[in-house]
Design a protein around this ligand. Structure first.
Ligand SMILES: NC(=O)c1ccc[n+]([C@@H]2O[C@H](COP(=O)([O-])OP(=O)(O)OC[C@H]3O[C@@H](n4cnc5c(N)ncnc54)[C@H](O)[C@@H]3O)[C@@H](O)[C@H]2O)c1
Length: 453
């Protein structure tokens, strides 16, 4: 099937690369000239495991190409995905301007569509409040005369595992008002639903316990849109919940690691998203929780629980910062080594990354900062230049009064702590993710301070 993907960011690229890999003919449309130039030259503008290899392979095979012209993408495509950004503004309201811009470009492009290409299905993959597809349908209807269909098909991938999650989804959600749309989407996703592809490299391996056919939730568009927000709100709630339990553990002398394990073994609860730390960041949870809260409020419903989830997450970073300030008082003139800048391991994304907030505060207190990250240094440097960045994690330990683990990259789990102890001036390791091996570290002359223990 010929498919256009408008917006080649984390979601658009994962969608493009995987659908091309399953045999579809994909044309990615991107307006950012830097990103487009990289893509046209076969270079992936973001870091995701397997993405560069699969991008190169599918470009060479002639199944994947990129353009800056929306009409090139829309001329012949049976499906047109919209995968542009949907940020929130200061009042937590969702900013639909990228989607409006994209839908207006699609409208313009459909005027010169190949008449033999059939009725296009315009699919909203961006995360949006319930009712947005209907709004975009009206906007498109007002601008085109020819027929078109629409679907809501929210995306659930996790950054850091974008290709893996796209190949092996827990479910596929399709919201539409027309039976034809479900048929088109079934055809498009047949390879994923039936898993009838070889999970050979560069594709990530299929997990042993992966069940297929992949469940498909077919519903009305407003429900599909709500499924995405509700999923992210629930996961964010789990994180804020365990962080609050961790804070209580600190007061009563309990250990959050054991408590979380004890909770998570209950199959009704599950063990995922129960690691206490400095809270969630990234491009999705912060904005999606705020957008859902604001959206509910705009309809007269006060989402009390979600407000608390957001507030707990905001405070959690400052609780951790307060610990650093207390232990190292005064911070002025102290040297701090920062391990991890990306908002989570496996990505170079620093949107709403706790590390950036933390570094800004520490710098304001007069600390000298030395930081590292396996993939996100370039992005972090663009946003925050008052720090020395090093590729070598051991360099951040040199003369450091303390080390702060902010992102739990696997690379940091295997560090030689003996060597680090030798390089440091001080002896405190702050573990913002409760990920480091306490016994190993405290067997040296180092002191580990985590969250909730
Ligand atoms: N990043 C994630 O982990 C994730 C997961 C699930 C859902 N989502 C949702 O998917 C959507 C996209 O997220 P993302 O992280 O990929 O965003 P992103 O900012 O990485 O990518 C969006 C891309 O769209 C491009 N763009 C904007 N307007 C355009 C236009 N008119 N024509 C062509 N290109 C245009 C931008 O230049 C950018 O490259 C958002 O709604 C987000 O909430 C993201």
């Amino acid at each position: 099937m010929k498919v256009a993907v408008i917006g080649c960011g984390y979601v658009g690229l994962a969608t493009s690369v995987v659908l091309a890999d399953l045999g579809h003919e994909i044309i990615g449309v991107e307006i950012d000239p830097d990103k487009l130039s990289k893509l046209e030259n076969g270079r992936c503008p973001i870091y995701e495991a397997s993405m560069q290899e699969m991008l190169s392979g599918n470009i060479s095979a002639g199944r994947l190409s990129f353009t800056g012209e929306c009409n090139e993408g829309c001329r012949d495509s049976g499906v047109i995905f919209l995968t542009v950004g949907t940020p929130t503004n200061e009042t937590w309201q969702i900013d639909l301007s990228q989607l409006e811009g994209a839908i207006d470009s699609v409208a313009e492009s459909l005027k010169s569509r190949n008449p033999d290409a059939g009725v296009p299905v315009v699919v909203i993959k961006s995360t949006v409040p319930s009712g947005t597809m209907d709004y975009l349908h009206e906007r498109l209807s007002a601008r085109v005369t020819g027929p078109f269909l629409m679907a809501s098909n929210p995306e659930f991938l996790r950054e850091g595992q974008a290709i893996y999650d796209t190949l092996y989804p827990d479910r596929i959600v399709i919201g539409a008002d027309d039976e034809t749309v479900f048929k088109v989407m079934d055809e498009l996703y047949a390879g994923l639903i039936q898993q009838d592809f070889d999970p050979e490299p560069p594709r990530p391996a299929r997990p042993d316990n992966f069940h297929h056919p992949v469940p498909v939730v077919r519903t009305k568009p407003r429900s599909a849109e709500m499924i995405k927000y509700a999923s992210n709100a629930f996961l964010a709630t789990k994180i804020s919940f365990i962080n609050e339990i961790a804070n209580v553990c600190e007061e009563v002398g309990a250990d959050i690691g054991d408590v979380a394990r004890g909770i998570g073994l209950d199959t009704r609860i599950g063990s995922q998203f129960l690691r206490a730390g400095i809270g969630f960041g990234g491009s999705c949870f912060p904005k999606d929780t705020k957008a859902l809260h604001q959206h509910a409020g705009s309809r007269g419903y006060t989402f009390t629980l979600l407000n608390a989830v957001i507030e707990v997450n905001r405070i959690q970073r400052y609780r951790f910062l307060a610990k650093i300030r207390r232990k190292l008082d005064p911070l002025s003139g102290k040297t701090l080594g920062i391990l991890g800048l990306a908002f989570k391991p496996g990505t170079d994304d620093i949107r709403e990354a706790p590390a950036i907030d933390l570094m800004r505060e520490l710098k304001r207190d007069g600390a000298r900062l030395r930081a590292t990250d396996p993939k996100a240094i370039a992005n972090a440097r663009d946003l925050f230049s008052s720090c020395e960045y090093f590729d070598d994690p051991y360099e951040v330990a040199r003369d450091a009064d303390a080390i702060i683990l902010v992102t739990e990259w696997p690379e940091f789990m295997d560090l030689d702590w003996n060597k680090i102890a030798g390089l440091m001036k001080g002896n405190i390791i702050f573990d913002g993710r409760n990920s480091l091996d306490r016994d190993k570290i405290e067997a040296l002359s180092l002191r580990l301070i985590g969250v909730g223990r």
